[in-house]
Design a protein around this ligand. Structure first.
Ligand code: NDP
Length: 295
């Protein structure tokens, strides 16, 4: 498919903290950036920096062939673009918003139905990291389109292309976010325990950092074990760790803090033992997580 072409021009839809940072990165790179946001006031500062503000979404999408979206979720994309779907022919939509892999696949089909091309993106950076060396972005969708627009997209951070299935970028993104969010919850549970004893998080900080720094050691065999489906429990087996999880739940209960998080993990550990993995290691909880019907 031939694409409407204008060099160094992009349209950006959505100006939350992430969209605003994306706009600044492209403006800083010398690109012409056309912007639209539901709440128009968020365009003001960017227009002062050189962005082209638009009054309507139609004006924004018809300005350029490359349209980046940074919205809360994919439903927002459908709400914003449905009224102008007849203007999307031959345009490239790159949705950098969070959602599920299935939503990305649905969006790709919707784009094709409307004569557009779709790439899904999952940004692995916070807004302040955009454009910096640490930032990277997962992409999936049509390979040739990704390659063509890679020089534009790399303004945001290192692009990692995962394949033609549009869902892949969000599969990797959600897998990564799962690590981040559940770890954050685990750290907060630990700090709530510390606070319950009238101690400051600061006093605990050296040991928190110790644990964080030791994670690569603890998880060095995880990937191989999970792929082989064999989980060594020689040094620490699931029966012992299920008892340990009980202690964390009970300590939280005794401390008068919320027990939902340790109780949920305790349940998974118990199920793993019940499923016959008592002598296996911690990674054997995989056997429960991938088949939640095991009781
Ligand atoms: P926000 O939720 O703060 O901003 C979302 C944007 O979506 C705003 O421009 C908002 O418009 C718009 N929006 C939401 N719903 C609608 C709707 N129904 N119709 C029109 N516009 C809508 O998100 P962020 O900017 O923080 O993030 C954007 C995306 O990037 C999200 O999907 C997020 O998960 C992802 N992301 C964010 C990171 C971060 O650290 N912030 C890190 C990595 C990814 P309005 O201004 O009018 O409310």
């Amino acid at each position: 498919m031939r694409i409407i072409e204008k060099a160094k021009n992009i349209t950006l839809v959505g100006l939350g903290p992430m969209g605003t940072s994306i706009a600044k990165a492209f403006l800083g790179g010398g690109y012409e950036v056309t912007i639209w946001n539901r709440t128009a006031s968020k365009t003001v500062d960017l227009v002062k920096l050189g962005a082209k503000g638009t009054q309507t979404i139609q004006e924004a999408v018809t300005a350029n062939s490359l349209i980046l979206l940074s919205l809360t979720d994919y439903n927002a994309m459908f709400q914003v673009l449905n009224p102008v779907k007849d203007k999307l022919k031959k345009r490239v939509l790159v949705n950098l918003s969070s959602d599920t892999p299935e939503k990305a696949r649905k969006a790709a089909r919707w784009a094709v139905d409307n004569g557009a091309i779709f790439l899904a993106g999952g940004i692995m950076a916070d807004p302040l990291m955009i454009g910096r060396i640490e930032a990277y972005v997962f992409y999936s969708g049509e390979n040739a389109i990704y390659n063509k627009y890679k020089p534009f997209l790399d303004v945001l951070g290192k692009g990692i292309y995962l394949g033609t299935d549009p869902g892949l970028a969000l599969l990797y993104y959600q897998a990564q976010l799962n690590i981040l969010f559940t770890s954050a919850a685990g750290i907060m549970q630990a700090l709530a325990l510390i606070h319950s004893a009238n101690l400051s998080a600061k006093e605990f900080e050296p040991y928190l950092n110790e644990t964080l720094n030791t994670l690569p050691y603890f998880f060095q065999t995880t990937v191989a074990e999970v792929d082989k489906g064999r989980y060594d429990g020689t040094m620490n087996n699931m029966v012992m760790m299920a008892a340990g999880m009980d202690h964390i739940s009970q300590a939280s209960l005794d401390a008068g803090i919320d027990t939902r998080l340790p109780n949920a993990v305790r349940e998974i550990f118990k199920q793993t033992v019940t499923a016959g993995f008592g002598k296996n290691g911690l990674n054997s909880i995989m056997e429960v997580l991938k088949k939640p019907k095991i009781k």
